[in-house]
Design a protein around this ligand. Structure first.
Ligand SMILES: [Zn+2]
Ligand SMILES: [Zn+2]
Length: 357
């Protein structure tokens, strides 16, 4: 008899997911079957539902922040067998799933940047993801989840590692002032990780409740976007000076990626400063004068997810209690549409997850 699982299916053009029982995927050589324990709900999932990112086939199963337990595996060679054996010894099969399935052959893979692989597929994007009781993944994508961390650590693979990579690339020094625009899954992790670099953090969001939450996570200052944002850059500067006694920041981490947030970022960063773009939506961007970018030598830099080794490093930060996966809302798979709507309407302070028994 075929084994079945509950999964939340996305059909083309649908706004809501449908829970169905479907067959559990059969394993090919080199793959493992994971019993999912927690899956993070990311803004990218909204982008897939909205058709901004299109999966290659429907129905699709979302979910790229997955933690669970290895239930079955088919190693391709003795090395993979040893890897899984060690995994069971070390963590009793508890894993986080790295979601970029990289080719391992291209220039970027050889540099250890699986996230830039020229031939990648992604779990939850091109392949079925973790909005289901089971997910299959290449064995090489399994990352051991230390026993001292719970399954909320699922969100470290994207929300955690994505901001870790961006901050690592921006190279903050102790005392560096970092503005983090957007407090949510990524923003909440960014505040905590920026503090581990010894930086001062200004959290900026449009919702006051999120700013209170940002303070709890360690933000030194908070600003409401509605108060600071102004068409006239001098007004922005005046406001910063008046409220924080700061004229410029060294680094901006933009987890939202709208025209107005990028505009704000470019206008509060110092000369030679960096604006890191991590978030995106439907909108086409950049209504910014080249003179501003050139005269102030501003670096606008994209940062895409993270490579596998960066996920390992973020897990170490959590293991050392320097950061906590900022899960604020838990849902059952049956309530996935409520969860998605809560994320859309700004009701999630940090990260929402789907929790499985
Ligand atoms: Zn994501
Ligand atoms: Zn590659």
């Amino acid at each position: 008899m075929e084994r079945v699982m509950k999964a939340a299916l996305l059909y083309e053009g649908a706004k809501e997911l449908i829970i169905r029982e479907i067959e559990v995927s059969k394993l090919n050589s080199g793959e493992a079957l994971i019993k999912v324990k927690a899956t993070g709900i990311c803004h990218s999932d909204l982008n897939i539902i909205d058709g901004v990112i299109k999966p290659p086939r429907y129905p699709h199963i979302l979910g790229h922040e997955i933690a669970g337990i290895v239930e079955d595996f088919r190693p391709i060679n003795i090395e993979e067998k040893r890897f899984v054996d060690a995994l069971f010894q070390e963590t009793e099969g508890r894993v986080i799933v790295y979601f970029y399935i990289a080719c391992g052959q291209c220039f970027y893979c050889l540099r250890g940047e699986d996230n830039l692989c020229l031939n990648f597929r992604r779990i939850g994007f091109e392949e079925w993801g973790g909005y289901a009781e089971y997910v299959k993944t290449p064995i090489k994508n399994l990352i051991p989840l230390p026993k001292t961390l719970n399954f909320n650590a699922a969100i470290l693979v994207d929300a955690g590692a994505t901001v870790y990579r961006a901050l690592r690339k921006a190279k903050p020094l102790p005392g560096t002032i970092i503005a983090i625009i957007g407090v949510g899954g990524l923003g909440g992790m960014a505040i905590q990780i920026a503090k581990t670099f010894g930086a001062s953090v200004i959290a900026i969001d449009i919702i006051d409740e999120k700013l209170i939450y940002a303070k709890k996570l360690g933000a030194d200052y908070t600003l409401n976007f509605k108060e600071i944002y102004h068409e006239d850059v001098h007004e922005i500067r005046k406001f910063m000076k008046k409220t924080l006694d700061i004229s410029y920041v060294d680094i901006v981490i933009d987890t939202v990626g709208s025209s107005s947030t990028i505009n704000l970022g470019v206008n509060i960063v110092k000369r030679g400063g960096r604006v890191m773009l991590l978030g995106y939506g439907k909108e086409k961007l950049l209504n910014i004068s080249p003179i501003k970018i050139i005269y102030d030598e501003i670096v606008i830099e994209g940062s895409r997810a993270a490579s596998k080794w960066e996920v390992y490093e973020v897990i170490q930060l959590a293991k050392k209690n320097l950061i906590v996966p900022n899960v604020t809302n838990e849902y059952k798979l049956e309530d996935v549409n409520v969860a998605i709507n809560d994320l859309r309407t700004g009701k999630i302070l940090g990260r929402a997850i789907i929790k499985f028994d």
